[in-house]
Design a protein around this ligand. Sequence first.
Ligand code: 5GP
Length: 148
Amino acid sequence: MYDDQNIFARILRGELPCYKLYEDAVCLAFLDIFPVNPGHLLVIPKQKAVSLSELDAATAGHLLMTAQKLADSLRVSGVRCEGVNFWLSDGAEAGQEVPHVHLHVIPRFKGDGFGWKVGPNNRKALPAGELEALASAICRAQGGVPCS
Ligand code: 5GP
């Protein structure tokens, strides 16, 4: 269920201000006001959607193309940007706080102090049998798309 009062819905309606970077018929991009690093920006669809899976392929692709262009702009803007993270948290358990799809574009630089926390159960090499079972489950879920 989409919450019409979420912050990004209100920004889209012009009820809350934003530092706009780009807008077209499909999406809006603006600065994140609690940035990981200065220049951290967000690209959001105008469509009311909580999860990426609610968007059609063209809209989802458009978000990434817009993020790509803005990342290119970041790199030549004078903002400190030696690398870029493209990051989308889909679902509360994945860290999504605002329930409107948003793609983060985060300028990164050496020594910026940001990073993923790796817990004791993360990043462990899996045995081949488990990797095979995972690959088959995901392939089957695609609905008959042949794998391998
Ligand atoms: P999430 O944690 O859902 O992936 O990302 C939400 C992002 O929205 C965060 O990076 C947070 O800093 C940003 N944010 C939260 N409130 C506002 C706001 O009022 N304006 C803007 N521009 N960004 C916000």
